[in-house]
Design a protein around this ligand. Structure first.
Ligand code: ZN
Length: 324
Protein backbone atom coordinates (compact mmCIF):
# COMPACT_ATOMS: atom_id res chain seq x y z
CA UNK A 1 0.00 0.00 0.00
CA UNK A 2 1.31 3.43 -0.89
CA UNK A 3 2.06 6.09 1.64
CA UNK A 4 -1.03 7.84 2.95
CA UNK A 5 -0.33 11.16 1.30
CA UNK A 6 1.13 9.92 -1.99
CA UNK A 7 -1.15 10.42 -4.98
CA UNK A 8 -1.09 7.63 -7.58
CA UNK A 9 -1.79 9.49 -10.86
CA UNK A 10 -2.74 6.36 -12.81
CA UNK A 11 -5.20 5.33 -10.11
CA UNK A 12 -6.64 8.86 -9.91
CA UNK A 13 -7.20 8.89 -13.68
CA UNK A 14 -8.89 5.49 -13.56
CA UNK A 15 -11.14 6.74 -10.81
CA UNK A 16 -12.18 9.87 -12.73
CA UNK A 17 -13.34 7.71 -15.66
CA UNK A 18 -16.33 6.65 -13.55
CA UNK A 19 -17.64 10.24 -13.38
CA UNK A 20 -20.80 10.68 -15.46
CA UNK A 21 -21.57 6.97 -15.67
CA UNK A 22 -25.05 5.74 -14.91
CA UNK A 23 -25.34 3.18 -12.13
CA UNK A 24 -27.42 0.33 -13.51
CA UNK A 25 -30.88 0.49 -15.08
CA UNK A 26 -33.54 2.88 -13.73
CA UNK A 27 -35.01 1.70 -10.49
CA UNK A 28 -38.79 1.49 -10.16
CA UNK A 29 -40.62 2.53 -7.00
CA UNK A 30 -42.24 -0.60 -5.52
CA UNK A 31 -45.43 1.33 -4.71
CA UNK A 32 -47.07 4.41 -6.10
CA UNK A 33 -47.16 7.51 -3.88
CA UNK A 34 -49.81 6.58 -1.32
CA UNK A 35 -51.54 7.97 1.74
CA UNK A 36 -50.71 5.11 4.18
CA UNK A 37 -46.96 5.63 3.72
CA UNK A 38 -47.46 9.39 4.04
CA UNK A 39 -49.38 8.80 7.28
CA UNK A 40 -46.57 6.69 8.79
CA UNK A 41 -43.99 9.29 7.73
CA UNK A 42 -45.97 12.20 9.21
CA UNK A 43 -46.49 10.31 12.47
CA UNK A 44 -42.82 9.45 12.85
CA UNK A 45 -41.62 12.95 11.88
CA UNK A 46 -44.36 14.70 13.85
CA UNK A 47 -45.51 16.74 10.84
CA UNK A 48 -49.16 17.74 11.25
CA UNK A 49 -49.51 19.84 8.09
CA UNK A 50 -53.08 19.00 6.95
CA UNK A 51 -52.23 19.17 3.21
CA UNK A 52 -50.64 15.71 3.58
CA UNK A 53 -53.56 13.79 5.14
CA UNK A 54 -56.73 15.90 5.30
CA UNK A 55 -58.41 15.83 1.87
CA UNK A 56 -60.72 18.76 2.67
CA UNK A 57 -57.91 21.00 3.92
CA UNK A 58 -55.72 19.94 0.98
CA UNK A 59 -58.51 20.75 -1.53
CA UNK A 60 -58.87 24.22 -0.01
CA UNK A 61 -55.10 24.81 -0.08
CA UNK A 62 -52.93 26.12 -2.92
CA UNK A 63 -52.34 22.48 -3.87
CA UNK A 64 -56.02 21.72 -4.52
CA UNK A 65 -55.45 18.07 -3.57
CA UNK A 66 -53.44 15.89 -1.18
CA UNK A 67 -49.66 16.11 -1.62
CA UNK A 68 -46.79 14.06 -0.20
CA UNK A 69 -44.13 15.65 2.03
CA UNK A 70 -41.33 16.67 -0.36
CA UNK A 71 -38.69 15.14 1.94
CA UNK A 72 -40.24 11.69 1.28
CA UNK A 73 -38.75 11.82 -2.24
CA UNK A 74 -36.08 9.20 -1.54
CA UNK A 75 -38.45 6.98 0.45
CA UNK A 76 -40.62 6.12 -2.55
CA UNK A 77 -37.81 4.34 -4.42
CA UNK A 78 -35.83 2.87 -1.52
CA UNK A 79 -34.61 -0.71 -1.80
CA UNK A 80 -36.05 -1.95 1.46
CA UNK A 81 -34.35 -4.46 3.73
CA UNK A 82 -32.72 -6.44 0.91
CA UNK A 83 -30.63 -3.44 -0.15
CA UNK A 84 -29.50 -2.63 -3.68
CA UNK A 85 -28.66 -5.22 -6.30
CA UNK A 86 -24.94 -6.03 -6.34
CA UNK A 87 -24.04 -6.58 -9.98
CA UNK A 88 -20.28 -6.84 -10.34
CA UNK A 89 -20.48 -5.11 -13.75
CA UNK A 90 -22.28 -2.13 -12.24
CA UNK A 91 -19.97 0.96 -12.59
CA UNK A 92 -20.59 1.92 -8.99
CA UNK A 93 -19.49 -1.52 -7.76
CA UNK A 94 -16.46 -1.41 -10.08
CA UNK A 95 -15.52 1.99 -8.68
CA UNK A 96 -15.87 0.66 -5.13
CA UNK A 97 -13.69 -2.35 -5.95
CA UNK A 98 -11.00 -0.07 -7.41
CA UNK A 99 -11.07 2.08 -4.26
CA UNK A 100 -11.07 -1.00 -2.03
CA UNK A 101 -8.04 -2.47 -3.84
CA UNK A 102 -6.14 0.76 -3.06
CA UNK A 103 -6.89 0.56 0.64
CA UNK A 104 -9.91 2.90 0.77
CA UNK A 105 -11.89 0.36 2.78
CA UNK A 106 -14.00 2.59 5.01
CA UNK A 107 -17.03 4.65 4.19
CA UNK A 108 -18.99 7.44 5.86
CA UNK A 109 -21.93 9.36 4.40
CA UNK A 110 -21.20 13.08 4.67
CA UNK A 111 -24.10 15.04 3.22
CA UNK A 112 -27.24 14.96 1.14
CA UNK A 113 -29.04 17.70 -0.79
CA UNK A 114 -32.48 17.33 -2.33
CA UNK A 115 -34.17 19.52 -4.96
CA UNK A 116 -37.92 19.31 -5.57
CA UNK A 117 -39.36 20.31 -8.96
CA UNK A 118 -42.98 19.64 -8.09
CA UNK A 119 -45.11 18.24 -5.30
CA UNK A 120 -45.95 14.54 -5.54
CA UNK A 121 -49.56 13.34 -5.27
CA UNK A 122 -51.08 10.00 -4.34
CA UNK A 123 -50.95 7.85 -7.48
CA UNK A 124 -47.62 9.18 -8.79
CA UNK A 125 -45.45 6.25 -9.89
CA UNK A 126 -41.75 7.12 -9.61
CA UNK A 127 -38.57 5.76 -11.09
CA UNK A 128 -35.01 6.79 -10.32
CA UNK A 129 -31.78 6.97 -12.28
CA UNK A 130 -28.43 7.23 -10.49
CA UNK A 131 -25.33 8.84 -11.99
CA UNK A 132 -21.85 9.18 -10.49
CA UNK A 133 -21.76 12.98 -10.35
CA UNK A 134 -18.24 13.69 -9.12
CA UNK A 135 -15.22 12.16 -7.42
CA UNK A 136 -12.94 14.49 -5.49
CA UNK A 137 -9.15 14.43 -5.64
CA UNK A 138 -7.54 12.65 -2.72
CA UNK A 139 -8.19 14.56 0.49
CA UNK A 140 -7.11 14.03 4.08
CA UNK A 141 -9.70 14.48 6.81
CA UNK A 142 -9.82 13.69 10.51
CA UNK A 143 -11.01 10.19 9.60
CA UNK A 144 -8.22 9.44 7.18
CA UNK A 145 -7.26 10.01 3.54
CA UNK A 146 -9.81 9.33 0.83
CA UNK A 147 -12.11 10.52 -1.92
CA UNK A 148 -15.50 12.23 -1.66
CA UNK A 149 -17.92 10.56 -4.07
CA UNK A 150 -21.15 12.27 -5.05
CA UNK A 151 -23.96 10.41 -6.77
CA UNK A 152 -27.00 12.15 -8.26
CA UNK A 153 -30.37 10.47 -8.11
CA UNK A 154 -32.92 11.83 -10.62
CA UNK A 155 -36.56 11.02 -9.88
CA UNK A 156 -39.12 10.83 -12.70
CA UNK A 157 -42.88 10.35 -12.78
CA UNK A 158 -44.67 7.90 -15.10
CA UNK A 159 -44.71 10.50 -17.91
CA UNK A 160 -40.93 10.88 -17.67
CA UNK A 161 -41.08 14.34 -16.07
CA UNK A 162 -38.22 15.12 -13.68
CA UNK A 163 -39.87 15.67 -10.28
CA UNK A 164 -36.79 16.01 -8.09
CA UNK A 165 -33.24 14.98 -7.52
CA UNK A 166 -30.80 14.23 -4.77
CA UNK A 167 -27.06 14.67 -4.41
CA UNK A 168 -25.67 12.08 -1.98
CA UNK A 169 -22.05 12.33 -0.87
CA UNK A 170 -19.87 9.78 0.89
CA UNK A 171 -16.17 9.62 1.67
CA UNK A 172 -14.33 6.37 0.98
CA UNK A 173 -11.14 6.50 3.00
CA UNK A 174 -8.20 4.64 4.46
CA UNK A 175 -8.66 4.63 8.21
CA UNK A 176 -5.94 6.74 9.87
CA UNK A 177 -3.11 4.43 11.01
CA UNK A 178 -3.24 5.73 14.56
CA UNK A 179 -6.39 7.28 15.91
CA UNK A 180 -6.07 10.91 16.94
CA UNK A 181 -5.26 11.24 20.66
CA UNK A 182 -8.27 11.86 22.84
CA UNK A 183 -8.53 15.61 23.44
CA UNK A 184 -8.75 17.11 26.90
CA UNK A 185 -12.33 17.47 28.06
CA UNK A 186 -13.94 19.73 25.47
CA UNK A 187 -15.97 22.75 26.40
CA UNK A 188 -19.70 22.33 26.73
CA UNK A 189 -21.80 23.02 23.67
CA UNK A 190 -22.41 26.76 23.51
CA UNK A 191 -25.83 27.98 24.60
CA UNK A 192 -28.26 28.64 21.75
CA UNK A 193 -28.04 32.42 22.06
CA UNK A 194 -30.54 34.72 20.33
CA UNK A 195 -31.35 38.42 20.43
CA UNK A 196 -34.18 37.51 22.82
CA UNK A 197 -32.22 35.49 25.38
CA UNK A 198 -28.64 36.79 25.31
CA UNK A 199 -29.37 39.19 28.20
CA UNK A 200 -30.27 36.17 30.36
CA UNK A 201 -26.95 34.43 29.72
CA UNK A 202 -25.11 37.73 30.22
CA UNK A 203 -26.78 38.12 33.64
CA UNK A 204 -25.61 34.59 34.56
CA UNK A 205 -22.07 35.46 33.52
CA UNK A 206 -22.42 38.47 35.87
CA UNK A 207 -23.42 36.00 38.61
CA UNK A 208 -27.20 36.46 38.64
CA UNK A 209 -30.07 34.18 37.70
CA UNK A 210 -32.82 36.54 36.51
CA UNK A 211 -36.44 36.13 35.43
CA UNK A 212 -38.09 38.29 32.79
CA UNK A 213 -41.04 40.48 33.81
CA UNK A 214 -43.65 42.35 31.76
CA UNK A 215 -43.52 46.03 32.76
CA UNK A 216 -47.17 46.54 31.75
CA UNK A 217 -48.96 43.69 33.56
CA UNK A 218 -46.05 42.56 35.82
CA UNK A 219 -46.39 38.89 34.73
CA UNK A 220 -43.17 36.90 35.11
CA UNK A 221 -42.09 34.61 32.29
CA UNK A 222 -39.36 32.09 31.51
CA UNK A 223 -37.67 31.12 29.22
CA UNK A 224 -36.98 34.62 27.89
CA UNK A 225 -39.05 35.80 24.94
CA UNK A 226 -39.91 39.04 23.17
CA UNK A 227 -43.61 39.29 24.08
CA UNK A 228 -45.70 38.95 27.23
CA UNK A 229 -47.96 35.88 26.83
CA UNK A 230 -50.57 37.51 29.10
CA UNK A 231 -51.00 41.00 27.58
CA UNK A 232 -48.86 40.90 24.39
CA UNK A 233 -46.73 43.82 25.60
CA UNK A 234 -43.21 44.06 24.21
CA UNK A 235 -42.02 46.08 27.24
CA UNK A 236 -40.11 44.13 29.88
CA UNK A 237 -37.47 44.19 32.56
CA UNK A 238 -36.14 41.44 34.81
CA UNK A 239 -35.87 40.58 38.47
CA UNK A 240 -33.30 38.53 40.37
CA UNK A 241 -34.54 34.99 40.99
CA UNK A 242 -34.63 33.51 44.48
CA UNK A 243 -31.79 31.18 45.45
CA UNK A 244 -34.09 28.35 46.52
CA UNK A 245 -36.67 26.16 44.84
CA UNK A 246 -38.25 22.74 44.52
CA UNK A 247 -37.61 19.98 42.00
CA UNK A 248 -40.61 19.90 39.66
CA UNK A 249 -39.18 17.09 37.52
CA UNK A 250 -35.83 15.63 36.49
CA UNK A 251 -34.18 13.17 34.13
CA UNK A 252 -30.87 11.33 34.46
CA UNK A 253 -29.14 11.09 31.09
CA UNK A 254 -27.02 8.00 30.39
CA UNK A 255 -26.85 8.13 26.62
CA UNK A 256 -25.71 9.52 24.25
CA UNK A 257 -22.42 10.37 25.96
CA UNK A 258 -21.05 13.82 25.08
CA UNK A 259 -17.43 14.25 26.19
CA UNK A 260 -18.12 17.64 27.81
CA UNK A 261 -20.21 16.10 30.61
CA UNK A 262 -19.91 13.55 33.43
CA UNK A 263 -22.36 10.64 33.43
CA UNK A 264 -24.87 9.73 34.69
CA UNK A 265 -25.94 13.33 34.01
CA UNK A 266 -28.86 14.73 36.01
CA UNK A 267 -30.92 17.50 34.43
CA UNK A 268 -33.33 19.16 36.82
CA UNK A 269 -36.41 21.34 36.31
CA UNK A 270 -36.81 23.63 39.33
CA UNK A 271 -39.89 25.57 40.51
CA UNK A 272 -38.51 28.86 41.86
CA UNK A 273 -39.68 29.81 45.35
CA UNK A 274 -42.14 32.69 45.36
CA UNK A 275 -42.58 32.69 41.57
CA UNK A 276 -45.54 30.40 40.80
CA UNK A 277 -45.29 28.75 37.38
CA UNK A 278 -41.68 29.84 36.78
CA UNK A 279 -39.45 26.80 36.17
CA UNK A 280 -35.82 26.79 35.15
CA UNK A 281 -33.78 23.88 33.75
CA UNK A 282 -30.56 23.44 35.72
CA UNK A 283 -27.54 21.27 36.13
CA UNK A 284 -27.20 19.26 39.31
CA UNK A 285 -23.73 17.94 39.93
CA UNK A 286 -23.44 17.67 43.69
CA UNK A 287 -24.88 14.93 45.84
CA UNK A 288 -25.97 11.35 45.19
CA UNK A 289 -28.47 10.61 42.44
CA UNK A 290 -30.78 9.07 45.05
CA UNK A 291 -31.29 12.52 46.55
CA UNK A 292 -33.03 13.64 43.36
CA UNK A 293 -36.76 13.35 43.75
CA UNK A 294 -39.79 15.34 42.72
CA UNK A 295 -40.54 17.79 45.52
CA UNK A 296 -36.98 17.86 46.93
CA UNK A 297 -35.80 21.28 48.07
CA UNK A 298 -32.78 22.75 46.29
CA UNK A 299 -30.36 25.62 46.74
CA UNK A 300 -29.53 27.41 43.48
CA UNK A 301 -26.01 28.55 42.66
CA UNK A 302 -24.60 30.23 39.55
CA UNK A 303 -21.29 28.55 38.68
CA UNK A 304 -18.78 28.26 35.88
CA UNK A 305 -19.93 25.35 33.74
CA UNK A 306 -16.50 24.89 32.12
CA UNK A 307 -14.38 24.53 35.22
CA UNK A 308 -11.07 24.30 33.33
CA UNK A 309 -11.37 27.41 31.17
CA UNK A 310 -11.57 30.35 33.52
CA UNK A 311 -10.59 32.87 30.84
CA UNK A 312 -13.71 32.18 28.77
CA UNK A 313 -16.27 30.88 31.20
CA UNK A 314 -19.92 30.11 30.72
CA UNK A 315 -21.89 30.45 33.94
CA UNK A 316 -25.11 28.50 34.43
CA UNK A 317 -27.55 27.77 37.27
CA UNK A 318 -26.90 24.63 39.35
CA UNK A 319 -29.41 23.03 41.71
CA UNK A 320 -27.98 21.50 44.90
CA UNK A 321 -30.26 19.19 46.84
CA UNK A 322 -29.89 19.90 50.54
CA UNK A 323 -32.06 20.66 53.56
CA UNK A 324 -33.17 24.28 53.40
ZN1 ZN B 1 -47.89 41.68 30.24
Amino acid sequence: MSDTHTVDAEFEAALQRFVGREVGPPQQAPDEVNVPMVRHWCESIGDENPVYLDSGAAAASVHGQLVAPPTMLQAWVMNGLRGPRRDSDNPYEQMNQLLFSHGFTSVVATNCEQTYHRYLHPGDQLSMRTVIESISPQKTTGLGTGHFITTRQDYFDAAGELVGNMLFRIIRFRPAATPAPAPARPRRPEAAMTLDNQWWFQALNDGELRVQRCTDCRTLRHPPGPMCPSCNSLAWDSVVAPTTGTIHSFVVVHYPVVASFDYPLPVVLVDLDGMPGIRVIMNSTDGPLESLEVGARVRIEVRDANESSADDSTRLPFAIVEPI
